[in-house]
Design a protein. Structure first.
Ligand SMILES: N[C@@H](CCC(=O)N[C@@H](CS)C(=O)NCC(=O)O)C(=O)O
Length: 222
């Protein structure tokens, strides 16, 4: 188990009991992983290997989440939160001063939720046939569907640096995560230059680099 302390030791809000993120390398759990770092929260990581169905520390993933998937965020009191869009908002709300999400109840918050829901249902899930050995016709259809979603997303992003405008939010954690899957899915992101630039730019954020390193997605500089 790896303890990750991203908050300052002098931070009066920092809890001694770290929460725990159950994750699988490079999957959708990467979004809350980045968000935890952006929020400066202290957390442990527990890895689930999807190939071998092994959970770090033993036991089964179903015992942690009876839906059988990651991410799961175990809170200090043992409560467990699931679903990327929900975990992301919970993390953002722990550190409102970091502006990772607009205030609950504001119209802007619903705009953020529109993005989170769109990414979850219209981008994240349509990758499924591309990663689960579907017949080629189904894979083609999935790529075309994703291409239409990327067209729309690129149009909305326009000249804005981030999905919600000038500030980085947890919606960006999620979009970056699903854009990171294009190569493995046989989609050339160069067709959407703004999305390609966005992915490269966000990829250089310290939180993203640290999350990649922690998940073993890049070789350590050490
Ligand atoms: N609706 C869930 C979907 C989560 C999900 O699809 N997780 C995948 C990784 S991206 C997973 O853990 N799959 C487990 C498996 O296929 O064995 C959410 O939004 O959190």
């Amino acid at each position: 188990m790896e303890l990750v302390l991203v908050g300052s030791q002098d931070d009066p809000d920092r809890t001694e009991e770290a929460m725990k993120l159950y994750y699988s390398q490079g999957t959708c759990s990467f979004a809350p992983h980045v968000a935890l770092r952006e929020a400066g929260l202290a957390f442990d990581l527990a890895r689930y290997d999807m190939k071998t169905a092994q959970l770090e520390g033993g036991g089964s993933l179903e015992a942690i989440n009876d839906k059988g998937y990651v991410p799961v965020l175990e809170l200090d009191d043992g409560e467990r939160l699931t679903e990327v869009a929900v975990i992301l908002q919970w993390i953002a709300d722990q550190r409102p001063e970091r502006d990772l999400a607009p205030r609950p109840g504001s119209l802007a918050r619903y705009r953020l939720q529109e993005w989170l829901n769109f990414i979850a249902t219209e981008i994240h899930k349509p990758y499924w046939p591309l990663f689960h050995g579907a017949p080629e016709a189904e894979r083609d259809e999935a790529r075309q569907r994703l291409a239409r979603r990327f067209d729309w997303t690129q149009g909305k992003l326009g000249e804005r640096p981030f999905l919600m405008g000038e500030g980085f939010t947890v919606a960006d954690c999620y979009l970056l995560t699903v854009l990171n899957w294009t190569r493995a899915a046989g989609i050339d992101l160069a067709r959407w230059p703004k999305l390609a630039e966005y992915r490269t730019r966000l990829g250089s954020r310290p939180s993203v680099r640290a999350a990649k390193e922690a998940e073993g997605l890049v070789r350590s500089a050490r």
